[in-house]
Design a protein around this ligand. Structure first.
Ligand SMILES: Cc1ncc(C[n+]2csc(CCOP(=O)(O)OP(=O)(O)O)c2C)c(N)n1
Length: 533
């Protein structure tokens, strides 16, 4: 007779989920006992790191990933990462250990009290099975939830004595045979109406969001923009976890500003704004103003009913973004509107000592292989990175769309494990790097060849900028003197060096990207400033 553990691993096999990211504790040992040889366990030294690695892995593979957490304190550590994963729409199966059933009632040590409540706001489904025999069903159900639109994490808490219990053979056989399919098809009538509105519009535009990339709609977005000669903007960088349109395309005009007033101003002159694969809009900070410019209408295409329901303006079509875009391409004839004017190149950045963020990003652009992937957590240089790299291939950019730090290093490791053929470069502020710094150990231990670039400005620059913007003075805790990430990296087993000028940075990055034997880190001291170009 098969045990709950055996049936569960069989189920994971059936879903192609052979990798378990995690940090083990005593409550997880029974699950991990006799760990099957066809599975890989990737150790993260803290739960936030384990979740971040699984998030990157899930997003870059397009498949659900499994992360296993320690009971209450481990789940607590992980919550910031779970918050990021839901914003990233990452299909994560999150399992956590729990005390043995016999000791839950008396709240013995390590009981995860009301286990389902901790992660509940940030997961699609949160559950602790009523019986050991229900564990495989709960895990299957969680996996299905992660994959059905909108994708996202699901959580199962499992008492540690469940794993050796005898499984229900009939239920297991049925479970293992089940498959679920279904991308939500957008309403055809609504799409036909949108096609007419696009055709009739004088000056329509497209706002490209990350779900274009996640849904596989990249080519359809390009085809639609070209056929209709639409100017294209990216949704604000604050919520753009992925990029949805090639940023070197002649019709790509830049990244929208993230606040209400400036964003509406950037849309001025357009009579129809089509937003595909983004919320409307990931605003931050609060700069009030009209939501839309005079004379503009907005239509959003989203796979997420909640995102459609909460938008403050415009209409919405709910359905798979790639399907919707492909159907619009079919429905529309080529437009004779004038093509949008190509935006200017940012030009060579001025020389500075220390380097400006723009120079550092220009050095990165010089070293950039066509097929490389950027994982980005560098608040004051994110826009400079976008403007200088102009990434042009799908699946080339990962950013924590919630804004929660602790994503970058870990996600880069997960992305690289999912995409071993493509070089991965992770660009970090030295402040951001601290939240998930222990992921450097996983990169070194598993020889994951990510190149890390750390921009060291000795401060939380973006918070100083927000303080200035909000006219908030006298804020403590915004300086980071003496924080040497290269030294930290060496302690975790990652070879690291510091470089000071643009040429040396280009050379170091080229060398590190070419070396595929494990992770490398380059630290570049940079001047204080917000680097937009
Ligand atoms: C988990 C978490 N804690 C705190 C913050 C607030 N926060 C946003 S940006 C930032 C500073 C980042 O500093 P650094 O990486 O050095 O980048 P810089 O702004 O200097 O470019 C902080 C602390 C956050 N976003 N997430």
């Amino acid at each position: 007779m098969a045990s709950v553990r055996e049936v569960t691993f069989e189920l994971l096999r059936g879903h192609g989920m052979h990798t378990v990211f995690g940090n083990p504790g005593s409550t997880e040992l029974p699950m991990l006992a006799d760990f099957p040889e066809d599975f890989t366990y990737v150790l993260g030294l803290q739960e936030l790191v384990a979740v971040g690695m699984a998030d990157g892995f899930a997003q870059a593979s397009g498949r659900p990933a499994h992360v296993n957490l320690h009971t209450a304190p481990g789940v607590g550590n992980a919550v910031g990462g779970i918050f990021n994963a839901q914003a990233n729409r990452s299909p994560l199966l999150i399992t956590a250990g729990q005390q043995v059933r016999a000791q839950i009632a008396i709240e013995a040590n390590l009981v995860n009290r009301e286990a389902v409540l901790g992660p509940r706001p940030y997961v699609k489904w949160s559950h602790e099975p009523a019986r050991a025999q229900d564990v495989p069903h709960a895990i299957a159900r969680a996996i299905h939830h992660t994959l059905l639109a909108p994708r996202g994490p699901a959580f199962v808490s499992i008492p540690m004595d469940d794993w050796d219990a005898e499984a229900d053979a009939d239920a297991a056989a049925q479970l293992l045979a089940r498959t679920l399919a279904g991308a939500p098809a957008p309403d055809r009538g609504a799409l036909a109406q949108l096609a007419r509105r696009l055709h009739d519009a004088r000056n329509p535009m497209l706002v490209a969001g990350g779900d274009i990339d996640a849904s596989g709609g990249w080519e359809a977005a390009v085809a639609l923009a070209e056929k209709q000669r639409l100017p294209v903007y990216a949704t604000p960088a604050t919520g753009g976890g992925r990029i949805g349109f090639p940023e070197d395309h002649a019709q790509f005009l830049g990244v929208l500003p993230p606040a209400i007033g400036p964003l509406a101003q950037a849309l001025a002159g357009h009579d129809l704004v089509l937003v595909a694969g983004s919320s409307v809009f990931p605003y931050y900070p609060y700069i009030p103003g009209p939501l839309l410019p005079q004379g503009a209408a907005l239509v959003q295409i989203t796979c997420d009913p909640a995102e459609a329901a909460r938008a403050p303006m415009g209409s919405a079509i709910v359905g798979d973004v790639a399907l919707a875009l492909a159907e619009l391409v079919e429905l529309l004839e080529p437009s004779t509107r004038a093509a949008p004017e190509r935006r200017a190149d940012p030009g060579e950045p001025a020389r500075a000592d220390p380097l400006s963020g723009s120079e550092a990003m220009a050095a990165l652009a010089d070293a950039w292989p066509q097929d490389a992937i950027a994982v980005v957590e560098t608040p004051s240089s994110t826009l400079a990175l976008r403007n200088r790299l102009r990434l042009s291939r799908p699946g080339s950019y990962y950013f924590s769309s919630s804004g929660g730090l602790g994503f970058g290093i870990a996600a880069a490791v997960g992305v690289q494990l999912a995409q071993p053929q493509r070089p991965v470069v992770c660009v970090l502020g030295e402040g951001s790097a601290q939240y998930g710094i222990a992921a450097l150990w996983s990169a070194a231990a598993y020889r994951v060849p990510v190149t890390f670039l750390v921009l060291r400005n000795d401060e939380y620059m973006i918070l100083k900028w927000f303080a200035e913007l909000g006219q908030t003075s006298g804020v403590p805790g915004l300086d980071l003197p003496g924080l040497d990430v290269a030294a930290l990296a060496r302690a975790y087993g990652v070879p690291a060096r510091e470089v000071h000028d643009r040429e040396a940075l280009t050379v170091a990055l080229r060398e590190d990207i070419a070396a595929q034997d494990g992770p490398r880190l380059v630290q570049a001291p940079v001047a204080s400033g917000m680097w937009l170009e």
